[in-house]
Design a protein around this ligand. Structure first.
Ligand SMILES: [Zn+2]
Ligand SMILES: [Zn+2]
Length: 108
């Protein structure tokens, strides 16, 4: 099951993982076999898989060095996804122009 697959409310989840509401950025864990709910925050019915179960949603601040390579999403605007190599320093977000927490969505 590729990361970034999209699902709709009512679909049966084929793979345990973390899912991002494409409406507001809320992230929920959902187990295999469960049905996708509507978003409790904004009512959106579209979810995007952002991590498989077991991969942490660890957060790292702008200015700190990354201990892992991977793709990270800005937790401020939820609109910016950047690749970071191990030992690279997390930049400010190019979208919201601020220091932010970058959340690991998939390690490389
Ligand atoms: Zn939402
Ligand atoms: Zn941002």
């Amino acid at each position: 099951m590729p990361v970034f697959s999209r699902f709709r409310t009512g679909d049966v989840n084929p793979e345990s993982g973390l899912f991002l509401c494409t409406g507001c950025g809320e992230i929920i864990p959902l187990s295999k076999g469960e049905r996708f709910p509507p978003c409790a925050d904004c009512g959106s019915t579209t979810w995007m898989m952002v991590a498989l179960a077991g991969e942490a949603g660890r957060k790292y601040q702008t200015g700190t060095r990354s201990p892992v390579s991977g793709l990270f999403i800005c937790t401020n605007c939820w609109g910016q996804i950047i690749p970071i190599a191990r030992d690279e320093v997390f930049p400010p977000c190019a979208s919201c122009k601020e220091g932010t927490d970058w959340q690991l969505i998939v390690s490389a």
